[in-house]
Design a protein. Structure first.
Length: 142
């Protein structure tokens, strides 16, 4: 994956922003949120994005799976302050789409992330249906 365009994400309007609590267990020996915990915070925000996005019901036939994840660390995050994570769609392909996220604590960016999600059925990658493509299009960053 190419380097994440931080300036674009800093200026973007995101369709979904959630607040995720940090836990004492997220800290490493230096007293800041460690990289494994950061990935979990981003995962929680992606799950919240899916819950709040009002995506069409695919009746269990299709699912979206993580194909690639890139995280760039921009600053330390700590405990007990929550992390505000904004999520949106950057690009939509034939069978995949790219989510971007920015995590902020105390108004400062701590993480930038880009996740490629592949839509699949029981046989593997599947074309994104038109109704889902339209829903994803409404969730693009602006």
């Amino acid at each position: 994956m190419a380097r994440i365009d931080r300036k674009r994400l800093d200026a973007a309007e995101f369709p979904v922003t959630v607040e995720i609590a940090t836990r004492f267990a997220d800290l490493d020996m230096q007293g800041h949120v460690n990289n494994a915990a950061a990935a979990l915070l981003l995962q929680e925000a992606r799950a919240a994005f899916n819950r709040t996005a009002n995506l069409p019901d695919l009746k269990g036939k299709l699912r979206a799976m993580v194909a690639a994840l890139s995280i760039e660390y921009a600053g330390e995050m700590g405990y007990p302050a929550p992390v505000e994570i904004s999520t949106g769609i950057l690009d939509i392909g034939r069978t995949s789409f790219t989510l971007v996220q920015i995590a902020r604590q105390h108004g400062r960016a701590g993480l930038y992330a880009q996740t490629v999600m592949v839509v699949a059925d029981a046989d593997g990658p599947a074309p994104i249906p038109d109704m889902l493509r339209a829903a994803y299009d409404r969730l693009r960053i602006r």
